[in-house]
Write a protein that binds this ligand. Sequence first.
Ligand SMILES: Cc1cc2nc3c(=O)[nH]c(=O)nc-3n(C[C@H](O)[C@H](O)[C@H](O)COP(=O)(O)OP(=O)(O)OC[C@H]3O[C@@H](n4cnc5c(N)ncnc54)[C@H](O)[C@@H]3O)c2cc1C
Length: 436
Amino acid sequence: MTNIAPASQADVVIIGGGIMGCAIAYNLARRGVQAVLLEKGKMVGEQSSRAWGFVRQQNRDPAELPLMIVGNRIWRELSAELQADVEWRAGGILSMAGNEAELAHYEAREKLEREHGVDSRMVTPEEIRGLMPGFAGQVLGGLHTASDGNAEPLKASSAFAAGAERAGAKLHPYCTVEGFTTRDGKIASVITDKGEIRTETVVCAAGAHSSKLARMVGLDLPVRTVRATVAATEPLPEITQLAVRGVEVSFRQRASGSVYMAQSVDNSADYDLTLESFHHLRWFLPNYLENRRMVRLHIGKPFWDDLMRAMPWSKARRHPFAHAVDLEPKPNQKQVQRSREALMGYFPHLKDVRIERTWAGMIDTMPDMIPVLGPAPELEGFIFATGFSGHGFAMGPIVGRLISELILNGGASLDIHGLRFSRFAEGKLGAAGKVR
Ligand SMILES: Cc1cc2nc3c(=O)[nH]c(=O)nc-3n(C[C@H](O)[C@H](O)[C@H](O)COP(=O)(O)OP(=O)(O)OC[C@H]3O[C@@H](n4cnc5c(N)ncnc54)[C@H](O)[C@@H]3O)c2cc1C
């Protein structure tokens, strides 16, 4: 990793040092491509170090499921491949149903996933208690996928960054992309706060900031960012190796004994209104209405700060990401307390659970809750790997592979047509997904 200015020319410039950017850089560099990765803050400082760590094939959109089936195989060998312990645990994933509608949803998922060869199966409340001794919650049943697992986000994302460097990629933390030049409908260069880089290929893997970057080259990418809160407990006696989407609280336990948990019910995500909120309403309204119980709207400092940045005299016009370096979103402590109580309700023998750490992350959410992968046809050389809508940590390894194939071979080895950028212009969006 280097703080010196990036080279003035590169085969591929990757924007964003999260798991996507790092996995793409790793895969490209291994195949001899001169890849330069630019990150506006510290490496893996945003979503990719803040996730829960669920790695699931379960409950995937049909456009994502085949990718995650291959992705699951990569995860199993990832520590060996990257020469670093990513804390992979093949403990399975369990999603619990608290009402008949959720039960029916999971039954439909079981059918779809089994058709794809995934080992998902419905389990009864008794079987859930068998899978998780000591569990005392009230549920109607659930969906269990034994081949799924979990891993540690900071370790896995950092392992990709280290692997990329070892393979010869140049990683530049604290180097912000502030613009682009284009020529004859093609990307020509990337402008950073440390100089200009000539290139014919750019990958936008900038998470919650991708929409703003896309707008700089005239591309309209509809993204909303929601704030999600997580808490980590003190080390506890082993409760489970499963990653669990519970009715009230979702959780997984690390090998150290610490439990990562977050609320799964009403108001489990915070939405801070900004000027961006008024764009693309027609796409986001159905999604919001479907999930409105889950999201709590806030109008406050983020809105007024954003308004000030839009004023003609604001420095943000020249340095539009300066305010977003090393962002530290505020965790919602009410949610933390509710999660803690719900966890203790699920496992009464735990008695008193102490919270050791809380944090929040800004999730990039698309109207149809699936990412954008692949080129923007309007601008040759501009490729998206973004919009992972709260479930992209698991997809990092396969996305790294597919985007490198796209760049090197002109096509990916798996079908990513359903994730194309042009679906917005075509008006062919999947049904707004309910967040489960
Ligand atoms: C609380 C929480 C829980 C989650 N749980 C899970 C889970 O259990 N399982 C799962 O699969 N997924 C989960 N996710 C989602 C997952 O973390 C993301 O989908 C994934 O990390 C996205 O990776 P990324 O590389 O696209 O984005 P990020 O990790 O956000 O990286 C994007 C990077 O781009 C950089 N950047 C932006 N603009 C610029 C610029 N102009 N110049 C230079 N750099 C720039 C940013 O600084 C950032 O570091 C969770 C997310 C959160 C927040």
